[in-house]
Ligand binder design. Structure first.
Ligand code: MGD
Ligand code: MGD
Ligand code: SF4
Ligand code: MO
Length: 737
């Protein structure tokens, strides 16, 4: 066998590290950081280093599975798709399109195929029962940006490479490597920030490894971030520190009135932070030459996630740091056209059937999927498609959802593993190995701390007869659209490309405005449908060659010539290009967001005072699906309950002791790990563990020691505005066993 070297972008987390992968024949023999990668400069983490083990995991499914008489059987791809066609038709015939739901999980944004096909799949299923991991994650940020900037997908990122002061809440990038902020070697960038004289402040109920790197760490009581951020806004006004905002911003006076209800002295005890410390943060933020506030999971999967997400940006505006170097800036993705006119954002265009929860960005809250499956009546969900998702592990009150999945009449999963979710499937359609798949980050190029683009061609060809993830999804689209399991996929491609071209030639400001799509179509290059879609998106994008308009501009060929990626430079101010509000201004105090403030005020008056549970992430883990790699799960058990040493003493709990964690929804047993790194009154568990269900095929993961924290998270508590699950600040009781 011959040895080959491949430069690829790691698709596992949001950091987009460049990897140098060595293959001996079709086996990965070595993975290291690509020192020539223009963005990651050789950085790699343990997950990336073990990408080979993940790639050739023997438990990865090599052919589709169909469940017959309760047992999975390997079938051919044709049989599997025929089964999908039959099963879907049967459910639609009996109950109609709304009886079919679609859930798209985290990897469906990390693959190249997901962002291209998921929207089309949702459309062709013709159902409003669309769910994603976003409502277990970042949806609050979409909602706040939707109202403030008019576009839920224009999310400013902290310009960490140039800022003088970073205030970070509910994020632990030393373990997670960052989120909604693509910054390979985030820890190194924080060190550089400090080395150039800047300041890092971390607000977290735990003293994390990121906090250890920071100048200042403030313990905050879970769920109190919105109150804390309001108190910062209050202080800026109260001490005359807010800048004179430009004319493009309105709503300052209204925000000031709201903030007047949150003096630091009033919220201090709820936050667990002294009023003087809150005021000092506001002063430091305003005094820094440039500064930026950044909030992540700890602030979004919380009861006031949308308010916190909003106030993060409000602070960036009021300190003069929005849209300027060193502040919060909008990346310009090479593959996202900037000429598209967007309709002003709103939510609640429809509501969920059972709980009446508003639609947000075209989807319904994952926290209510179990309701929709369990509750009889017109529109009851009887079939489910999942793409790269493991909701039976990741959703709040996951055991309830798992039981509901078991009750479905038909379920199709596009997933490489037989796991907690897919064991309930009728059909499992496994995508191929990572090394057999092309890669481009349609999603993450929107969140880079630099503008960048890189494409990875498959390192290995697909085995004969095996479809790539794009082909799997395209087939599902054709089946859902009634074209049948054996329809010609080129028809779909031409429809998708034709649709994008037709819009582009009609859009003023597009590089191809007024041209003829028939003249443009033959210019699109690429080996497969994903590559051609990428080529088209790059050509129409902000750096694109525009079908000849800017000959030196980007197209797929440029990325092919640059296997270490193309650096498109530091972020540049582009607020006016981004704004999509009805009046073209930044709405600093949207009525929809202001309407949620009374709920925060009543929470302040009547908040949970007992023990609350929060989450945490571990560097060697990635949500629920990387526990099958031996090298990532050896060593000490990481699924332990962090509990403050004083609390542990009061409960007579010692290190390694089994404890029971109980909530409204259920209870789990885990090992305790008393530590002074977590504040009193708070306990923490990582998610994604507990692989002991019958019938799953994860030989390593099933032997790991851990429980699913989502047994005790509560699907009835939501961030109301976004429908996002609350994983941080769940009232629990802890008892020694
Ligand atoms: N190694 C690894 N990397 C990952 C993942 C993984 O599972 N493992 N998952 C990926 C995914 S899907 C995502 S979304 C990102 C998430 O990336 P991050 O947002 O950085 O996620 P976490 O590391 O969980 O950090 C969240 C922090 O919030 C704190 N926190 C909890 N409750 C509160 C609160 O009420 N207020 C405040 N201020 N803080 C609170 C927690 O203690 C924790 O330190 O990571 C991605 N990267
Ligand atoms: N308690 C608690 N719960 C949480 C969180 C928390 O912090 N605390 N975090 C939440 C967050 S931020 C997120 S993003 C969600 C994640 O929620 P999900 O996306 O539902 O769950 P994952 O664990 O990411 O599962 C990913 C699935 O994709 C499959 N997969 C892996 N690679 C591929 C691929 O290339 N193609 C396809 N089609 N499938 C693939 C895996 O086998 C697995 O089944 O979890 C949420 N749940
Ligand atoms: S930090 Fe993320 S992108 Fe980089 S090597 Fe690790 S898992 Fe891959
Ligand atoms: Mo996430």
């Amino acid at each position: 066998m011959s040895t080959t070297t491949h430069f690829r972008t790691c698709p596992l987390c949001e950091a987009t590290c460049g990897l140098k992968i060595t293959l001996d024949g079709d086996r990965v023999t070595d993975v290291r950081g690509d020192r020539d990668d223009m963005f990651s400069l050789g950085f790699i983490c343990p997950k990336g280093a073990k990408l080979g083990d993940l790639d050739q995991d023997p438990d990865r499914l090599s052919s589709p599975l169909v469940k017959r008489d309760g047992r999975f059987a390997e079938v051919s791809w044709d049989e599997a798709f025929a089964e999908v066609e039959r099963g879907l038709a049967a459910v639609r015939q009996k109950y109609g399109n709304e009886a079919v739901a679609l859930y798209m999980g985290n990897p469906s944004i990390h693959t190249m195929a997901g962002p291209v096909y998921n929207g089309v799949l949702a459309k062709s299923l013709g159902t409003r029962n669309i769910y994603t991991a976003s409502t277990s994650d970042q949806m609050p940020k979409h909602v706040s940006c939707g109202y403030v900037f008019g576009d839920p997908f224009s999310i400013p990122v902290p310009d960490i490479d140039r800022t003088d002061y970073l205030l970070m809440l509910g994020a632990n990038p030393v373990e997670s490597n960052g989120s909604l902020c693509t910054a390979p070697d985030f820890p190194g960038r924080l060190k550089k920030l400090r080395a150039r004289g800047g300041t890092v402040v971390v607000v977290d109920p735990r003293r994390t490894r990121t906090a250890d790197l920071a100048d200042q760490h403030l313990f905050i009581r879970p769920g109190a971030d919105a109150a804390f951020l309001f108190a910062l806004v209050h202080t800026l006004f109260d001490e005359n520190l807010a800048v004179e905002v430009p004319e493009i911003v309105h709503g300052v006076a209204e925000l000031r009135v709201l903030a007047s209800k949150f003096p630091p002295e009033t919220v201090a005890s709820a936050c667990g932070i002294d009023a003087s410390a809150i005021r000092q943060v506001a002063r430091d933020l305003s005094a820094a030459p440039t500064a930026v506030v950044y909030g992540r999971i700890g602030t979004t999967t919380a009861e006031f996630g949308t308010l916190s997400s909003w106030l993060v940006d409000a602070l960036n505006v009021l300190t003069g740091n929005l849209d300027r170097p060193g502040g919060a800036m909008f990346p310009a993705s090479a593959a996202r056209a900037t000429y598209v006119k967007r309709k002003p954002f709103r939510t609640g265009r429809w509501s969920s059937r059972v709980r009446g929860l508003p639609e947000v960005a075209g989807e319904l809250p994952t926290a209510t999927l179990a309701d929709e499956i369990e509750t009889p009546g017109e529109g009851q969900v009887r079939a489910l498609f999942t793409v790269g998702g493991n909701p039976a592990s990741s959703a709040p009150n996951a055991p309830r959802l798992a039981a509901a999945l078991a009750d479905l009449e038909f379920m199709v999963c596009v997933d490489p593993y037989l796991n907690e979710t897919t064991r309930h499937a009728t059909v499992i359609l496994p995508p191929p190995r990572l090394t057999q798949s092309p890669h481009f980050d349609f999603g993450l190029t929107q969140f880079g701390v630099r503008n960048f683009a890189n494409y990875s061609a498959p390192a290995l060809p697909l085995p004969a007869g095996r479809p790539g993830e794009a082909q799997i999804l395209a087939r599902l689209v054709m089946i859902a659209a009634g074209q049948g399991a054996s329809a010609d996929l080129r028809g779909l491609e031409e429809m998708m490309i034709g649709g994008l071209l037709a819009k582009a030639v009609q859009a003023e400001g597009s590089p191809v405005y007024g041209r003829d799509p028939a003249e443009l179509r033959p210019m699109i290059e690429g080996d497969g449908p994903l590559e051609r879609w990428l080529d088209l998106s790059l050509r129409l994008g902000p750096y694109g060659e525009g079908f000849g308009a800017t000959p030196s501009g980007l197209k797929l060929a440029t990325l092919l010539e640059n296997p270490h990626g193309v650096d498109l430079g530091p972020l540049r101010p582009r607020l006016t290009e981004v704004l999509s509000t009805a009046d073209g201004k930044v709405n600093l105090c949207p009525a929809e967001l202001a309407a949620d403030v009374p709920r925060l005020l009543s929470w302040l008056a009547d908040r949970p005072r007992g023990m609350v549970l929060i989450g945490r992430r571990h560097l060697r883990s990635n949500n629920s699906w990387m526990h099958n790699v031996p090298a990532l799960v050896t060593g000490s058990n990481t699924c332990t309950l962090h509990i403050n040493t004083e609390d542990a003493e009061k409960l007579s709990v010692t290190t390694g002791q089994r404890v029971l964690v109980m909530s409204r929804t259920g209870s789990i047993e885990v090992d305790a790990e008393p530590t002074d790194k977590i504040m009193p009154g708070v306990v923490s568990l990582p998610h994604g563990w507990g692989h002991d269900q019958p019938g799953i095929r994860l030989s390593v993961a099933t032997r790991t020691n851990g429980a699913n924290v989502n047994t005790v998270t509560d699907e009835s508590i939501l961030d109301v505005l976004s429908g996002t699950a609350v994983f941080n600040g769940v009232p629990v009781e802890v008892k020694a066993i």
